[in-house]
Design a binder for this molecule. Sequence first.
Ligand code: ARG
Length: 604
Amino acid sequence: MFVESFPRSGLDETANPCLQAYQMSTPFDLIPTLDNLLFETAQSIDEFSDSFVPQTRSADERFGDFQANGVLPYAKRAGINPRELAQKLIDALPDSEDWTIELAGPGFINFTLSSRFLLRWIMEHGTAKNLAKVARTKEPEHVVVDYSSPNTAKQMHVGHIRSTIIGESIARILQYQGHKITRDNHLGDWGTQFGILLLAIKEEKVSLDNLGGDPIAILENLYRHGNARIKEEEYALLQARQELVKLQDGDPENLQLWEKIRDISMSSFLKIYELLDVRFDHSLGESFYRDKVDEVYSSLSDHKICQEDDGALVVFHPEHKRFAKQPFIIRKSDGASNYATTDLATLAYRQKDWHADQVIYVTDGRQRDHFEQLFLTASKWFNADDVKLPKLDHVWFGTILGDDNKAIKTRDGQPIKLIDLLEEAMKRAAEMVRQKNAELPEDEVEKRARIIGLGAVKYADLSQDRTLDYVFSWEKMLAMQGNTAPYLQYAVARIHSIFRKLNSLPTDSFTSARVPESDPERKLSRKLLFFPLVLKQATRELKPHFLCTYLYELATEFSSFYNQEKVMVDEKDTRNLRLLLCASTQAVLTTGLGLLGIETLEEM
Ligand code: ARG
């Protein structure tokens, strides 16, 4: 019910209650506050009942700052003229110096924030420190983010970059909002690949202790050999299966080899995580759950959630269109556990031992069926056990395409190794840096190249709606113009240079400033105010591209402000306002990019 979802905070019933609540609010909850105000006011009007939902949202700039759309559907249901009803509500709303209200279209109510309000907001909240405060949620939760999750014994390839980058950004934004985050790298370290690899290691008498060269590449090659062997000879296939069974039964030799493979893989992953500035709290991996799968079989069997089917143990979902017939296999007919079994055991563990309120899985869109079936099965299982199911989200993404519009590959058709891609990004960025400034010392070139190159790769990925495929293009992502990381990093560097010339810091506070008056001042102020709301949208939909689009618009707005308004004017209050806008823009851009995992530079 409406009343529950919009708690009225600390109202002084003697004063105008609605306005009081409004003044106490930060922009982070401006929408609920306006909703509240409209709802309360409507209750004093005969035509409204408590089933009226105001539906306030941030508005297109042409229509003010916020728009309430709820009168229209309500009036239609009640058979009242919506414009007349909206006007009645507007007339009853208390006057405020903080906004103007207008009737629009078929019965919308538009709020335009006053310049005074905008200034007050920027003064109070527009620094990096205070931004963090307004963005904080009132309902912190424990969120487990399951991302990156490559398979051991293979190199991370370009397909894993999306999970790593998107997962990290979502974790950062949620953490910034005050949630407790557990980052878990769910490594694929217990799959069938090990039978094949163990066979190859033994046949080729390889010692894992001194592989030399690039150990992970050597492992990957061995795996390839092994794979070729089992395809050409049936006996080899049988041997590989036996090696896997031996491993899973705890054979000490195979276990030791497996551990070494895991170590070699982890150290190659760590190099990439370090470059990308990603740190996990756990890398439990599928192997961690190997002694927890029996519990899954017995519990699901006891609850009659699964059934035998051709020797396998499967779950059907009769209420679902496709999954009524398409089984979710939780134990293969040879008795082995699989991806589904581990995921069920993993979820139970995260609920029981970590008390997760929410679990977010970040993978390729091709795993959508798996997660849909997993969530359906888990919900029945938890329900039967009377355990609260954490909120489950599958954050899936599309494919990175090459020039030919097919999944990106090297020239000889191999998947591109992630490490090669990241190194190339830094190399290209270094050329850019040198071209701009030939005298720069080499260590500074390297530092800037890392920040610009890796920032470009991350941003190119994050700035697309994650559910879409996108074409990978060095030229586009490294461009200084357009919706790119270098463009945003440049905007930050430019603001630094303004303050450098002034010999002051953007963190210096400006106690006296006039209100924003001109169009560019107003537009920039308004944009700044929307930062916490955009974060809310990004985490509601678990899509970081909303933040990217916003930062790009902010940088563009700043650029047009800076081109039109001279900052260093004599009149002190005007200068202070403009410096304040510069400082606040810098705080929002730097914070926002940081939430995307992208660093900034003072000079570029
Ligand atoms: N290892 C898997 C892969 O490379 C991703 C694992 C995702 N996490 C999970 N809990 N299933 O595709």
